[in-house]
Design a protein around this ligand. Structure first.
Ligand code: IMP
Ligand code: MG
Length: 180
């Protein structure tokens, strides 16, 4: 447990080393299933550090991925999902005919990934697969299962490694839980 801001105690759920070795394994799984030229589309903002590490791990695994970005939002400033997914930044790349890998930080209700998957299918991607760092089981509001999952995660609000609570804590090199 480390104290990082006055009054905020963060306990570590997944440390940097465990994340790094899981990301390497995920890259291997992805290349084995998707081949060497996926179009990787991270869902901003929460997945940006995961996606950056995953991209380099894909390189180590022999892939030559393309990359674009999409910004989706279903949360307000706090920790309560509003339920409706909005595009806050759209992709620029040609999606039609591509093997798309959507990368997100957390699968919770499934709405964000389902929205992104439907969008890429509507844009005539050749195939669409999904990769999440964390899966919070038991919280699905729509039917959705990620094709590649980093870790199963307890039903707690987590921060760090790109993920925020009201825009704070993205910089932490580990995934943790704000205790107070
Ligand atoms: P879903 O649409 O309910 O599956 O929510 C997934 C999105 O909610 C993710 O892209 C995250 O950005 C955000 N989210 C869900 N749980 C957490 C959390 O514990 N910490 C930070 N963001 C979260
Ligand atoms: Mg998100």
């Amino acid at each position: 447990m480390s104290t990082l801001a006055p009054g905020a105690r963060i306990s570590v759920l997944f440390d940097a080393e465990s994340i790094a070795s899981r990301v390497r394994a995920l890259a291997g799984e992805i290349v084995a299933e998707m081949g060497h030229s996926p179009l990787v589309i991270p869902v901003l903002k929460g997945s940006f550090i995961f996606a950056a590490d995953l991209l380099r791990a894909l390189h180590e695994a022999g892939a030559e991925p393309d990359m674009d970005f999409i910004g989706l939002s279903s949360y307000g400033r706090g920790t309560l999902s509003l339920g409706e997914v909005k595009i806050v930044r759209d992709t620029e790349a040609e999606i039609a005919g591509r093997d798309v890998l959507i990368v997100d930080d957390i699968l919770e209700s499934g709405r964000t990934l389902a929205f992104a998957k439907d969008l890429m299918a509507a844009r005539r991607a050749k195939s669409v697969k999904t990769c999440v760092l964390l899966d919070k089981p038991g919280k699905l509001a729509v039917q959705m299962k990620a094709d590649f999952t980093g870790f199963q995660c307890a039903d707690k609000f987590v921060v760090g490694y790109g993920m925020d609570m009201a825009h704070a804590y993205r910089q932490l090199p580990f995934v943790g839980v704000v205790e107070s």
